[in-house]
Design a protein around this ligand. Sequence first.
Ligand SMILES: *[C@@H]1O[C@H](CO)[C@@H](O)[C@H](O)[C@H]1NC(C)=O
Ligand SMILES: *[C@@H]1O[C@H](CO)[C@@H](O)[C@H](O)[C@H]1NC(C)=O
Length: 304
Amino acid sequence: MLRWLTLLSCILFHTNGNFVEDVGAANQPQYPPPPPPFPFNVIVILPKRESIYDNFGMTLQKAMPVIDIAVQEVVKSEKLPPGWINLTYWDSRLYEDILLAERHATVGVIQAYCEHRLDAILGFADNYGLATVTKVTAGLNGGIPILTTSGMPSLLNSKKEYPFLTRMQGSYRLLADSMYQLIAYHDEDSVTQANSSLNYLNLIFFYHDKRRAVNRVINQDESQETGATSSHCYFSLYAIKRYFTEKSKTFKREWALNTPQFPFDEDLVIERETFKQWLREISLQSNGKKEGIKRKKNQAGVGK
Ligand SMILES: *[C@@H]1O[C@H](CO)[C@@H](O)[C@H](O)[C@H]1NC(C)=O
Ligand SMILES: *[C@@H]1O[C@H](CO)[C@@H](O)[C@H](O)[C@H]1NC(C)=O
C-alpha cells in the first residue's frame, strides 16, 4: 500500500508543472490489463463544473489531462506495464450543493468498494467531502490511501482520524508558521532564534464567513441552522489561531476565552459607510501598547 502511495505521489508531483498543455488527451488508451495485482483501481472525485464552493477551481476536466500524462510517464519510464491503472472519474456535484457533495462523493467510493475496485482515491475540491471519505475509508481494506491537493484545514492534521491522507499542497499550518514568524509577539520564553518579528500582540481576525457573519440574516426560527459551511478564510485563520496558541504562552492566555474576530458575509450588500464603521471598530480593538494588525481576506463587499 505504501509503495503505491509513494509511487503515485512521485508521479503526480513530477507532472505538476505541465498542467494545461494537453486538455484534449483525456481518453485513456485501452490496454488489456496485465495480470493481477493489476489493474490498480483509482477513483478520482472532483466536481464536473466550477462553482462558488470550489475555492481552487478544481474540476474533473482540469485534472484528467494531468493524470493521463502521469499515467503515461509511468509506462514510458517502464516502471509499470501498460494498463497498470484503471481510473474511475466521479463527479462530486459540488456545484449543485456544498452540503450534499459529501454524500455524492461517499456514494462513489462505496460503489467502487463494492465492485472491488478501490485501491486509492484522488481529488476533492471540498474539505467536507474529503474529511468524511477519508475518515471512513481508513477502515476499508486495511486503509485506502487518499491523495489530494486540497484539505488544508488544521482539522485534517490528525493522523489518528485521517491516517491515510496525503496533502500535496501542505496545510494552513505552514501559512500559520510564516505568520507567526512575521507578525506575532514573541515572548521571552518562546524559543525563537531570530527575533525579527513585528511583535504584534493585539490582533483581530477580520474575514469572510457566512456561518458566523455579523451581517447574516437571522432566521425567524432560531432553532433552524443556516446550513452555511465554514469558509476558506475561516479555516486559514483558525489554523493561525491554533498555531499561535500552541507556540506562545502569551497568545494562549490572551485568547483563552475568546479570540478577537469580526466575521462578515462579503456576498451580502454592504454599504460603504457600514464598512467604514466596521473598520473603525476593529481598529479600536486591535490598537494597544503593541500595534495591532488587521487581517483582511477580501474586500469584495466595499462600495457595492
Ligand atoms: C475499470 O473500471 C471500470 C469502471 O470505471 C469497470 O467497468 C471496468 O471493468 C474496469 N476494468 C478492469 C480491467 O478492471
Ligand atoms: C523580541 O523583541 C520584542 C520587541 O522588540 C521584545 O519585547 C521581546 O522580548 C523579544 N523576545 C525575545 C525572545 O528576545
